[in-house]
Write a protein that binds this ligand. Structure first.
Ligand SMILES: Cc1cc2nc3c(=O)[nH]c(=O)nc-3n(C[C@H](O)[C@H](O)[C@H](O)COP(=O)(O)O)c2cc1C
Length: 209
């Protein structure tokens, strides 16, 4: 198995997927379990996923995503969503820690109180956070896919309202990205260049590039 660092250097965005291959539900569940290991603000875990494997649903999704063919060809295309009311589930998310004794009631209540205070009356921050946390899960998903021998392709080229309509998603959730995952077909581009570390890294004081 490749190391994490090798996988980071190996992952590219694929356009070409083998459209004759399927993915098992257990593989899908395993990928999502790794996605869910991502960190999130206050452990709110804003991410939700819809795994689209059925041909007719893929076609409808493709139609609201500028006809991107990889949505149909990939074994699965995930819609990664961010929960705009994630805070409502925070107590449920952290109560196992209270039950196991990892935190006491005071810490539990303080945790909830801080999170509630931070996001209250700040819809912009709520939305930013939902997108930020769900994006980290999306990255985990792509790394996990690569580690399991699949390729992936993230997409923001879609009509969010169209995606919500096709997949039956309420206004509570913001579509963050689509991620096509599956076995590769030939013809994908090689690694794309990156800015050098010197171009993007400042030490101690920001230096504009
Ligand atoms: C948030 C996000 C949105 C993207 N949207 C699209 C898209 O809609 N269609 C597409 O073909 N590629 C999309 N890409 C892929 C990028 O073009 C790609 O990540 C970038 O060119 C770097 O290439 P690499 O991923 O192969 O390293 C997206 C990537 C990200 C992270």
């Amino acid at each position: 198995m490749s190391s994490t660092l090798e996988i980071l250097k190996k992952r590219t965005s694929a356009n070409n997927f083998n459209n004759t291959k399927q993915i098992s539900e257990s593989d899908i569940r395993e990928l999502i379990s790794y996605a869910c290991e991502a960190p999130s603000s206050f452990n709110i875990q804003h991410w939700r996923f819809v795994a689209v494997t059925e041909k007719d649903v893929k076609e409808k999704l493709k139609a609201v995503a500028f006809g991107q063919q990889k949505i149909s060809d990939a074994a699965v295309t995930f819609a990664v969503l961010g929960d705009l009311k994630g805070i409502d589930k925070l107590s449920e998310a952290i109560s196992p820690m209270l039950k196991s004794g990892a935190i006491d009631q005071k810490a539990h209540d303080g945790w909830l109180g801080m999170a509630t205070g931070m996001y209250k009356d700040n819809p912009q921050l709520v939305r930013d956070e939902a997108i930020r946390s769900a994006s980290l899960a999306g990255m985990n998903l792509m790394i996990a896919a690569q580690a399991k021998g699949f390729v992936s392709g993230a997409m923001v080229g879609f009509d969010p309202e169209g995606v919500k309509k096709v997949l039956g998603i309420s206004d509570r959730y913001v579509p963050v990205m689509l991620i096509a995952v599956g076995p590769e077909a030939p013809g994908n581009w090689p690694r794309k260049p990156r800015f050098s570390v010197d171009q993007v890294l400042s030490l101690n004081k920001f230096k504009e590039f």
